[in-house]
Structures are given as C-alpha cells and as structure tokens.
Design a binder for this molecule. Sequence first.
Ligand code: THG
Length: 367
Amino acid sequence: MFTISPTARLRPSPFFDATISEGLAAATVYNRMIMPAHFGDREAEYWRLINGVSMWDVAVERQVQLVGKDAGRLAQILCPRNLATAAVGQGKYAPLCNHRGMLINDPILLKLDEDRYWFSIADSDIWFWAKAIAAERGLDVDISEPDVSPLAVQGPKAEDVIASIFGDWVRSIKYFWFRETDIDGIPVALQRSGWSKQGGFEIYLKDASRGTDLWNIVKEAGKPFDIGPGSPMTPERTESGLVSCGGDTDDNTNPFEVRLGKYIDLDVPDNTIGIGALRRIAADGPKRHQLGLKLEGGSPAPLDFAWEPIYRNGEKVGDMTNCVWSFRLKQNIGYALISCDCAAGDTVELKRKTGIVRASLCELPFV
Ligand code: THG
C-alpha cells in the first residue's frame, strides 16, 4: 500500500533488521518508533500465540530510567499506586495520571536497585514529564533513557523456550519479577511479563548492537516449539480484557473508568500527582465504565482510526474504543467506554461507516 520513509526522528528498534528478514508486512508507530504489526498472516499469528509460542519486537516499550537518592521518591510522586512494598527485582503495573487524575500512561515499573528504577512505558512522552516534575520539585535524581529494548516471548510454550535458553531456574520467576543475566555475552534482564494473557517472558536487551544476535538465539531455541514472529495481538488482548492506554483512553479518562482502580491507592502521600483529583473522583463515584461489546453480523470490521459513538434509544451513551474480529468467539468484539446507566445485557447501537450495527454489552474479559 505505502511504505514508511526513514528519518532520524523515527528510531528503529535493534530488532528491526531481524523483523525485516522475517517478512514484516505491516507496522504502526508507537513512542516515535516503528512497531511491527504483522507478518502477513494475522490468523496464523493469533493461533500461534494461543496454542504455541510467538516472539515480538516490543522495543517501542521504551524505558525511562530514574537513578539517584530521590529515584524512589520521584517514582511515587509520579504514580498513584503504593510502591513502598516493591522489592528489588520486582516489577509492578504502575498507571500514571496527570494533575486532573486522568491516565497518561500505564507502564510497568521495574525496581533494579534501591536507587534505580525503569518505567517501561506505553505510548506517551513520560521522560519529558519525569524530568519536568523532578526539576520543579528539586529532586536529586538523574533521568535518562538507557540502552534497553524488550523482546517478548509469549504463549503457552514460551516458558519452555525461555528455559531452554537460560535454564530451568526461569520456571520459578514470579509474575512481573525479573533477573539481570546474560546469554552468549549479551546482557539482558529477563522478566515474566508481556501484553497477553497467554503467559510468557520479556527479554530486555541491554546492548542495541546485539539485537539480531538475540533474535536469532530465541528463534533457534524456539524451533522445536514452532516459534514464529508476531506482535502485540489486538484480538487476543481484547478477548483477554487488557487495556491499551491511549487507545481505550483519552485525555478525559480516569483509571477507575477502565478497570484500573485496583492499582490506585488513595492513601499514597499527598504530593503524588493527581491523588487529590483521584480521591474526589472516587468519592463522587464513577460516571462511565468499560464493558465488552459483541457486535451483530459476521464480517470482520475492525475499528480504524477513531472511536465510534454508541447510542441507546437515540441518545449517545458512550464510545466504542476498540473493535476487532475474535477468532475464538467468531464475531466482532470491542470495548465500550459507556455511561454507568448502561449495563451488561443491554442492547445498544453503533453508528459505523457501514451503517447502524446492533451490539450487546457484556462484562470483561470475554474469555
Ligand atoms: N511490557 C513491558 N512494558 C510495557 C508493556 C508490556 N509498557 C507499556 C504497556 N505494555 C503497559 N501496559 C500493560 C498493561 C497490562 C499489563 C501489562 C502491561 C498486564 N496486566 C495484567 C492484567 O491486567 O491482568 C496484570 C497486571 C497486574 O495485576 O499486576 O500484564 O507489555 N515491558
């Protein structure tokens, strides 16, 4: 259809050459980097994730590193989840909000040391934000982007592939915990994590010059398990109820509306950004919530670039923020960000480009 023109502003991943060799067929842009989207057969890539093992270039999950005496203080100022209990070697899902209590990113926070952290970020410029807040608050912390690029290995056979590379000790790594290690002289951090509910690991490459080497090590170790290239998989993440921050959320979406309230601790210190607003929002009670949508009609019709309005009895009640063909449910499914007056079981109407489509609301996850 078209190609993306290279420019120095658009940083390639260390795995870029490898993904081109694998036959990259489509890409998107995320954190001002190119992110592989698929390799030509979405359905085969989907079933490989569900039944086997898939490897994904997710270097776009860029790291914002905090180092120094006040690194932990800054992490807590940025994040309205209580981080006091995080241990060295532990990762935590750590939604970030602005001063209005609206979501701006949903990183995983890795605590590498008492005074060293990485925010592994979703698609927004948290390094600007972190630097500005640290300067305004006069904190003793250095903020940088380290040479770190995650490679995800996901699916029910991922653990066997990772164990065959690193050893059986990886089997006892707990969810979101990680260890720094190396393989063939390539420095990495290995974490049990990844943006799917099929299980797996992420290998954080710590030397960008070794991207193709690491890709080939995983590819070779995965051969007995029929590994193949893939990417963060919209059908699977939708079936599984994972949130895409910036996709399912906008500038006016708070964490309680998209099922992230369990990661917000209202008793974090008063200097945490957005906590005052979040306490008010929690006290007022939710106005909107996130539900699943099951669309009538058989043909695959994904959401393209924008949210689509949802109506009930002629009145706009919310937006469909995501819509994709589910290979397991064999229907179009999506997410509704919708008035709390609407509940699972209700029928609504979508005004789509193709015309009016009826849909029923359900609880998430679908599977
Ligand atoms: N891996 C790494 N960094 C990332 C992502 C990733 N940064 C951006 C983006 N993805 C962050 N978003 C999420 C969202 C959800 C989860 C992981 C990353 C997730 N959630 C589980 C759930 O919702 O069920 C568990 C969360 C919990 O209970 O702690 O896994 O993929 N490196």
